[in-house]
Write a protein that binds this ligand. Structure first.
Ligand code: HEC
Length: 118
């Protein structure tokens, strides 16, 4: 019996620790799969200025949860933009997670005014 209580205490402590981990540490997504899925996006969101010029936002290095929220909102129509609404219409939750993992892992070019690599 002597060892049962500490073991139970360990489990309890572990559970409390998991609850304490901030959400953004739990963000998942397969960046490698996301890279393939993001090919249609790169035209505008990596080599900016090519299609829509400065109106195309830089998303490389953006927080993953921000990207996931944006894409979900475009998909559901809560956020309106014709191109993005159409492009996100057929994305699954997993696609959104993977693509967001890919873009959030890229170097941010937010301070690069040339937009060469957004
Ligand atoms: C034809 C060019 C084009 C393509 C291709 C494109 N986007 Fe966009 N994207 C835009 C434009 C323009 C906006 C700004 C829309 C707005 O004002 O809401 C945008 C906005 C976004 C945003 C919101 C950025 C922010 O800062 O709020 C995300 C995220 C995004 N796109 C992801 C994607 C993904 C993922 C794909 C591929 C499935 C993709 N885009 C394909 C042009 C494009």
């Amino acid at each position: 019996m002597g060892k049962v209580i500490p073991f139970a205490a360990q489990i309890l402590f572990g559970a409390l620790f998991l609850l304490a981990v901030p959400d953004d540490c739990l963000a998942t997504g397969d960046a490698v799969a996301g890279r393939n899925k993001a090919q249609p996006c790169l035209t505008c969101h990596r080599k900016g200025n090519v299609v829509l010029g400065e109106k195309t936002p830089i998303i490389s290095g953006q927080y993953q949860d921000y990207l996931m929220k944006s894409l979900s909102d475009y998909r559901s129509g809560v956020r309106k933009h014709q191109v993005m609404n159409e492009l996100s219409a057929n994305l699954s939750d997993k696609d959104i997670e993977d693509i967001s993992a890919y873009y959030s892992g890229l170097n941010s070019r937010l301070s690069d005014s040339t937009h060469e690599n957004n």
